[in-house]
Each structure stands twice: as structure tokens, then as C-alpha cells.
Design a binder for this molecule. Structure first.
Ligand code: SF4
Length: 370
């Protein structure tokens, strides 16, 4: 490759990661005929597109999307990304997975049990309800029970159902890993033991790596039970290190306090290992910028991957009228955190399963190549 071509390749790669950050902050106007996923736990609203072979989850139905300069249209049978009407690049929209057409013997569609995230991650919200949903402690950015209200899912997925769907998704759609998330249940012991049983079932007939997400449990010995069940990686999400903001946007998480999170992450690292534990950090909640950088650095010191994502205001939630952060803000966060990841030997590439491995909800993995 000539020096000129090498330079061009680097420039395109640089451009692509900035473009990803812009698309996640501003959203993409997309035709209704392209399947849109709405509701669910965490940053769930949106559509997955594939840009140069890598999946990217982009907002498509938030209020702010109508102001976005980006749109996707079909041109001669292929999808293209446009900015203010000018064609930028070809994109792919993943096909609807084949397993979505299947049902359990009781007639429950498989896509009410688990969805495809990114291009190869099978994701299920095992308990689609949360004890904080009808309380003042509910997280303002979360839409976990909205999908229930829309009848898009069922409230509790059984271990047998999850195994059945995992086998079908593996056979027909070649999924590579599984994410099990959950709403918070009244007793963390029951919740984590149930999640462990789900993992045991999935692992009994597949070799799929499994990621499990949950709040810090009251008894840290439950992490060992999860590990023995076959869980490969875990997500314990603090969302923000700015506690004045966390108290407003996620009171149920703020009341646990930083010490509880620290103890849980430390124990999780002992059990699952460096790079196999992660925490979401949401940018755009109104937090102080230093809190993100300092918090991400603290996580890296522990061996925990800070999965930095822009706020995704989900229609129907109390932050629906908010906007994601300006692209320049999240880009500068990515630029500052990427060298910290590198200096502590952390990388999304080394995650065995889950959101960090999938990478569709954050452009941080693209900024790792510094
Ligand atoms: S704890 Fe918060 S983020 Fe988790 S399911 Fe409940 S409301 Fe949603």
C-alpha cells in the first residue's frame, strides 16, 4: 500500500468513528418500513445499522431525531446514509432474524423472549418488570416496562424458553453470544439464582458465552453461583459517578452508594477476571465532565471496562424530551478515555460476551485504536 493510500485509510477510519458518534447523538431519520425496536431495558430505542461491517445502534424515534441532518434511504435496492440530502456512504440494515418467525409450543413468538442485538448478540430481559417502576426511585432513562405495555414481550422468561430460543438463534441466525439483563426484583438472592438457572440451561446444550447484568446484590456470594452456572461476563451499571445527578436520575442506584458498587466490582473482578466486568456510564445526564473521566479511570484501575454511551432518550420515559449529548462532548470523552483503557490493558476486543463485545451502543471501541 502506498503512503498516500495508507493516509487515506487512516483518514477514513478517523472519519468513521466521528460519524458514529454523530449518528448516536443526533439520530437518523429512517423510513417506517425499516424495522424499529422500541422499549426495553437500558438504551433500547432505535435501529441497528451496519457501517463498514460493524454494527451501530442509532436513535430513530426520539423527539430530537426530526432535527437530525442524517437520513437513510433506499437507492436502487441498497441502503445509503445521507447528510442534509448528500449521499455519504452505503449502509446495511440487518435482515429480520429467521428465529423471529418461530413460536414456542404455547404460541409465544420467539422474539417476545429474546431479540437480536447488533449482529450476533441474543439479548433477553429475563424479568421485564422492576420494583422501582411505579415508585419515585425509578431510573428516568429506563423503558423496561414500556415493552410490556405494548405487548412486545412477556414478563418472565423461563430457563426452558431461553434455551429453546438460543438453540434456534444459533442454528438459523448464527448468534455468537448472549446477554441476559433484568429489572430489579424484590430479593436479589431469588433474582440472581434464577438468572444462574437460566445460564445453566443455555449452557447445557450450547457453548454460547453469556453476559448477565444486575444491580449489586445484598450477598456477594451470589456472584460465585452465577460463575458456576456458566456466566462468562457481568455488567454492574452505576450509570454516573456524579452522585448529585444520580440521585435525580437513578435514585435506586444512588442510594446504594459508591462503596457498595466498589465492593461488588472488586468481587466480580476476582471471580470473572479483568475485562470481563463492565459498567455503563451514560454521558448527557447533566453530570460534571470530570466525573466521567475520573469514574472511567477508577473503573479501569479495578479492571472494569467503562462502557460509555450517550444518553438515549426513549419515547414514553420521563427523559423523552431530553437530547443526547452534543457529538463534540462525547467524542472528547472517548478521546480521553481510550488511552486510559490502553494503559490498563483493557479492550472491548477481549470481552467474551455482552454489550462490550457487541459494541453497537458506543463508539468507544472505535476510539481504542489510538
Ligand atoms: S433499576 Fe432502574 S434501570 Fe434497572 S430496570 Fe429498574 S428502573 Fe430500569
Amino acid at each position: 500500500m502506498t503512503v498516500e493510500l495508507q493516509k487515506r485509510a487512516v483518514t477514513n477510519c478517523e472519519k468513521e468513528k466521528y460519524l458514529k458518534a454523530c449518528l448516536q447523538s443526533q439520530g437518523v431519520k429512517i423510513h417506517r418500513s425499516i424495522e424499529q425496536r422500541k422499549g426495553g431495558a437500558g438504551p433500547a430505542e432505535g435501529t441497528t445499522i451496519i457501517l463498514n461491517g460493524r454494527p451501530l445502534s442509532v436513535p430513530t424515534s426520539g423527539n430530537f431525531v426530526s432535527q437530525s441532518p442524517y437520513s437513510i434511504h433506499s437507492v436502487h435496492g441498497a441502503y445509503h446514509l445521507f447528510k442534509n440530502g448528500s449521499q455519504l456512504s452505503k449502509v446495511e440494515i440487518p435482515d429480520v432474524p429467521h428465529y423471529y418467525s418461530l413460536k414456542t409450543q404455547q404460541g409465544i413468538p420467539y422474539n417476545k423472549i429474546a431479540l437480536l442485538h447488533g449482529v450476533n448478540c441474543l439479548a433477553s430481559t429475563v424479568f421485564q418488570n422492576c420494583i422501582y417502576w411505579n415508585s419515585h426511585k425509578r431510573c428516568t432513562f429506563c423503558g423496561i416496562e414500556l415493552s410490556l405495555e405494548k405487548n412486545a414481550t412477556i414478563v418472565k422468561k423461563s430457563p426452558q424458553q431461553l434455551l429453546e430460543v438460543a438453540k434456534a438463534a444459533l442454528k438459523f441466525d448464527r448468534v455468537h453470544h448472549v446477554t441476559l439483563t433484568t429489572g430489579t426484583q424484590a430479593h436479589s438472592s431469588d433474582e440472581l439464582r434464577y438468572l444462574a438457572t437460566c445460564c445453566t440451561y443455555i449452557k447445557s446444550e450450547t457453548t454460547l458465552p453469556i453476559h448477565v447484568q444486575f444491580m449489586p446484590p445484598t450477598d456477594l456470594r451470589l456472584l460465585e453461583i452465577l460463575s458456576k452456572s456458566g456466566t462468562d461476563t457481568v455488567g454492574i451499571h452505576i450509570e454516573s459517578f456524579d452522585f448529585s445527578v444520580l440521585e435525580k436520575v437513578a435514585p435506586c442506584k444512588a442510594e446504594l452508594g459508591l462503596k457498595t458498587y466498589l465492593k461488588t466490582w472488586e468481587e466480580a473482578i476476582n471471580i470473572f477476571g479483568k475485562n470481563q466486568v463492565s459498567s455503563f456510564l451514560i454521558v448527557g445526564l447533566g453530570e460534571k465532565r470530570e466525573s466521567i473521566i475520573e469514574g472511567a479511570t477508577l473503573l479501569c484501575e479495578l479492571g472494569v471496562y467503562p462502557f460509555i454511551v450517550p444518553l438515549r432518550p426513549i419515547p414514553g420515559t420521563s427523559c423523552a424530551a431530553h437530547k443526547p449529548p452534543d457529538p463534540s462532548k462525547i467524542i472528547s470523552v472517548y478521546q480521553q478515555v481510550a488511552p486510559v483503557l490502553q494503559s490498563y490493558g483493557l479492550s472491548a476486543r477481549n470481552s467474551k460476551a455482552g454489550c462490550v463485545r457487541c459494541g453497537a451502543c458506543s463508539a468507544l471501541p472505535d476510539f481504542e485504536d489510538v
